[in-house]
Write a new protein. Structure first.
Length: 205
């Protein structure tokens, strides 16, 4: 049975726990994920299913993908992605009902890109002195090692690209499952902006 699904981040809201506690929650829109292909350990070296999700006009689907959808008699989908460790038959669909309220899940998505940033914003470095004519206000300070080894070690915390990478937030709790509207609510925030593609996987599987 599938224990993972792809969806789109919609927005954040609030939800009440069973004991009446008010918590923040992220609403994830989950359209049916149609299984379009199956990977097996014997043929591919690993077990997974390829799923298609996200509605798209037929005219915007390229010929290889259109043929794949026609072969399995499934409507065209915008995205094709794999769910590792998940088994299922080609043509089946995975919906929001694979999760229940109270389930613990891991949510993965691409975080918001923030461009090239300095060490203060990117790594939380402290400021330098700002009085008596100091010019070292947001500079990172010394990063070298003098004459020996006369180079900068790999992995130093330095300015660079911030965000726009795959991030997984673990052990979030499902607080609401709306099968009719295709929504899964998880407690807390998840990576990415609105409409970001997110993967929800049951923890421990």
């Amino acid at each position: 049975m599938a224990t993972a699904i792809f969806g789109r981040k919609k927005h954040m809201t609030q939800a009440f726990e069973e004991d009446g506690t008010l918590v923040s929650a992220t609403v994830i829109e989950v359209e049916p994920n149609f299984i379009t292909a199956s990977r097996t350990a014997e043929a591919d070296g690993y077990e997974a299913v390829q799923v298609g999700f996200g509605t798209v006009p037929t005219r915007k689907v390229n010929k290889p993908h259109a043929g794949q959808f026609e072969k399995h008699e499934t409507p065209p989908r915008r995205h094709l992605k794999e769910l590792r460790g998940v088994t299922g038959e080609v043509g089946e669909s995975i919906g929001a009902d694979v999760f229940e309220v109270g389930d613990t899940v891991h949510v993965s998505a691409t975080s918001k890109g923030k461009g090239f940033q300095g060490t203060v914003k990117r790594h939380g470095f402290g400021r330098g002195p700002v009085s008596h004519g100091s010019h070292n206000v947001r500079a990172p300070g010394s990063v070298g090692a003098s004459a020996d080894p006369a180079r900068i070690f790999r992995g130093q915390k330095m300015p660079g690209q911030m965000g726009n990478k795959e991030v997984t937030v673990k052990n979030l709790r499902v607080v609401n499952v709306d099968v009719e509207n295709g929504e899964i609510w998880v407690r807390g925030g998840v990576p990415g902006g609105r409409n970001a593609v997110v993967k929800i996987r049951k923890a421990g599987e």
